[in-house]
Design a protein around this ligand. Structure first.
Ligand code: ADP
Length: 374
């Protein structure tokens, strides 16, 4: 019998999950507001609905065997009600609740002795001002922050006005040497599988994510620490699923958890081509109860994110695609979003090579050649 599995959210992550689902005996369902979203035409059954709305989520999930998410902003009360009725949810609503709220997430790290930057819980700007001793710091909104929108750097007391006048945390600024990501899969039996750690390579001039490289270039001791910490996070969350733990390595070599995503993640896109079992393949194995896959890399890889170019909004044109497709060992993923706008995630390109210099050379070349315009 084919299991019926739903995905809440129909963006690019849902799309890549569905591409992997094509290899498994599973009947797929997607709910999303936009009937032209990247996942709508790849699932067996599409439902138009609001993933943040209780009734929409409950009605979507009630006939299904299992549900997963591609974004955290889902109605978790509905997921709890569905779980009580026997629908399996990946991740468990309890883990999602902890992660969704930055305050609860930070308290969770503290309670479980997981190293993470020091913080204070704050309710509003007046409250922030009580913690001048924490500066320089980063104010993070409790609920609803995403893609950097819920983060404000507070360097000195005059920056407090730029903070969030809403519940959140004030977190000590870390002297970052590197940002890395560690993807971990965990099944119902508690068995785990770790992917090679990913380096988020920053552009030193723009201070923006340049490209991602796997495996990360880390001293062995640090690499072990990262793995141990990421495993501790995932085990303490007590939920099967796939998790992306984002961490900092500071200038003194300390490893600190920044945040965790309870789902497939941008830092694992290269696993489609570069690893034996991709993060998407792995999640189906977890949901459908098959053995965990092999996370080893076939070859090292880099990921270049393809985002809408500044100054262009409208029907997307992929300028330079021809030239990139001529390059060897380069794999282009276009997400099928009709409209581009500045900064919108429109696709990604994976490069595989045993030569790290080749990876960074091609990553830079692709960033220069390929532009999403309108
Ligand atoms: P989001 O989930 O919106 O991406 P993050 O919490 O990951 O937000 O923060 C975005 C970026 O801000 C991080 O990738 C990092 O570069 C910077 N940042 C976040 N927290 C800190 C911190 N405590 N110290 C220094 N930089 C930080």
């Amino acid at each position: 019998m084919m299991l019926k599995v739903g995905i809440l959210g129909g963006g690019q992550l849902g799309r890549m999950l569905l591409q992997a689902a094509a290899n498994y005996p599973v009947e797929t369902f997607v709910m999303e507001n936009d009937p032209d979203c990247p996942s709508a035409h790849l699932c067996h059954h599409f439902t138009k609905g609001d993933i943040r709305n209780y009734d929409d989520v409950f009605n979507f999930g009630k006939g299904l065997d299992a549900l997963t998410i591609e974004i955290e902003s889902v109605n978790e009360e509905a997921l709890e009600a569905l779980e009580a009725q026997g629908v399996k949810i990946y991740p468990k609503p309890s883990a999602l609740r902890t992660i969704k709220n930055k305050i609860l997430q930070k308290e969770f790290y503290k309670e479980n002795q997981i190293p993470s930057p020091d913080f204070k819980v704050t309710q509003n700007i007046a409250d922030l001002k009580q913690h001048a001793d924490m500066l320089p710091a980063v104010n993070k909104i409790g609920m609803g922050g995403y893609d950097g929108k819920g983060v404000q750097v507070i360097r000195n007391t005059s920056d407090f006005e730029k903070g969030f006048d809403a519940p959140g945390v004030l977190e000590k600024m870390v002297n970052i040497h590197k940002e890395i990501a560690q993807i971990v899969a965990i099944n119902e039996k508690g068995e785990t599988a770790l992917y090679p750690t990913v380096d988020m390579v920053m552009d030193p001039n723009l201070n923006l994510l340049d490209y991602q490289l796997s495996p990360a270039d880390l001293p062995q001791q640090t690499a072990w620490r990262v793995e141990a910490i990421a495993l501790a996070v995932v085990k303490a969350l007590k939920s099967p699923g796939i998790f992306a733990v984002e961490l900092f390595v500071d200038k003194d070599g300390n490893v600190l958890v920044n945040e965790t995503a309870p789902r497939v993640h941008n830092s694992g896109h290269h696993t489609i081509e570069a690893n034996y079992s991709s993060q998407f393949d792995m999640l189906w194995r977890v949901i459908l109860g098959y053995p965990l896959g092999n996370t080893d890399h076939i070859l090292p890889a880099a990921i270049v994110n393809l985002v809408g170019a500044e100054g262009y909004s409208g029907e997307a044109i992929y300028d330079g695609l021809d030239e990139v497709l001529k390059m060897e060992n380069v794999f282009v993923h276009i997400y099928g979003k009709k409209e581009t706008k500045p900064g919108r995630k429109m696709g990604h390109v994976t490069i595989v090579s045993k030569d790290r210099q080749d990876l960074s050379f091609k990553a830079h070349r692709i960033k220069n050649i390929l532009k999403v315009i309108a």
